[in-house]
Design a protein around this ligand. Structure first.
Ligand code: FE2
Length: 275
């Protein structure tokens, strides 16, 4: 099974840039690459920061773009989004009983759990007792689960970025759940950090995906200001077989040369006439 993971597309009102980049062109390029090379994917999952300034026109533009996709798309919101405006534009979006954009579905033989880790007027993540109760009920029913959310639910040891991770008190609640149900959680996928970060947490592998727009730079000393720039964007292709996962990072915006070479040993021999 193939899944496409895209994040932090930061849509604007069409015509407006964000951080010097055109988020509409970037997503269009990413989706064109998906459609050309991965139209066999089972889902496109976009883990939040769907817009940058949470304007209705930006959500309308995204709705129009995604309506043309043949691969089913699943959406989460991030710290730059507005839940109520998002839900008013994406009116068929599933939510939990409390109105959070928490939802789940069985894809293949795995339960995909999509979380809402946002709170108004803060860039930090929140996933308190009420949302943890919903997540626990989902995990109790799942044989195998895969969690998608916007915020990193753990510190990533970048002091400035860790200011806006899932807040400390909610990290503890979330960690308890992960420790209790880790045997049935195959992977955690998130965005928010605009960088590829991989590791394990509570014994569960995790991966974040770069943004389709600006990237962050891993400054391990700076405590306050986030570092970033227009480095190469990417999306992830998840290849899932049972409980096994392979992740390929696709630099969809690369327009430089690609060199073709064979895999036979002789191809690596230095030519006699080499200079
Ligand atoms: Fe973002």
């Amino acid at each position: 099974m193939k899944i496409i993971h895209i994040s932090d597309i930061h849509f604007t009102i069409p015509g407006e840039r964000m951080g010097g980049l055109n988020p509409h062109k970037r997503l269009a390029k990413a989706l064109a690459d998906v459609n050309e090379n991965h139209s066999d994917a089972a889902r496109i999952v976009i883990t939040g920061d769907l817009t940058h300034w949470a304007e209705r026109e930006a959500y309308d533009a995204l709705h129009e773009v995604l309506a043309k996709q043949t691969v089913p798309v699943r959406l989460m919101i991030g710290n730059h989004d507005d839940r109520s405006i998002f839900l008013s534009v994406f009116s068929d979006q599933a939510t939990d009983e409390l109105g959070y954009v928490n939802h789940s579905e069985v894809v293949g033989d795995s339960t995909f759990i999509y979380l809402d880790s946002t709170q108004p007027l803060t860039h930090a993540g929140h996933f308190g007792a009420d949302r943890c109760a919903w997540l626990e009920a989902e995990l109790q029913q799942a044989e195998h689960a895969r969690i998608f959310l916007h915020h990193n639910p753990m510190e990533i040891k970048l002091p400035a970025e860790d200011q806006i991770a899932l807040v400390a008190e909610d990290r503890l609640l979330f960690k308890d759940l992960l420790n209790t149900y880790r045997d049935r959680i195959d992977y955690i996928h998130f965005g928010h950090v605009h960088a590829p970060i991989h590791g394990t947490y509570c014994g569960i592998p995790f991966a974040s995906v770069p943004s389709t727009c600006n990237q962050s730079y891993p400054d391990m000393k700076e405590a306050k200001l986030l570092a970033g720039g227009p480095m190469e964007p990417a999306y992830h292709v998840l290849l899932i077989e049972g409980r096994e996962t392979i992740i390929h990072q696709i630099p969809f915006n690369w327009d430089g040369p690609l060199f073709a070479s064979g895999a036979e040993w002789e191809d690596w021999s230095k030519p006699v006439a080499a200079e």
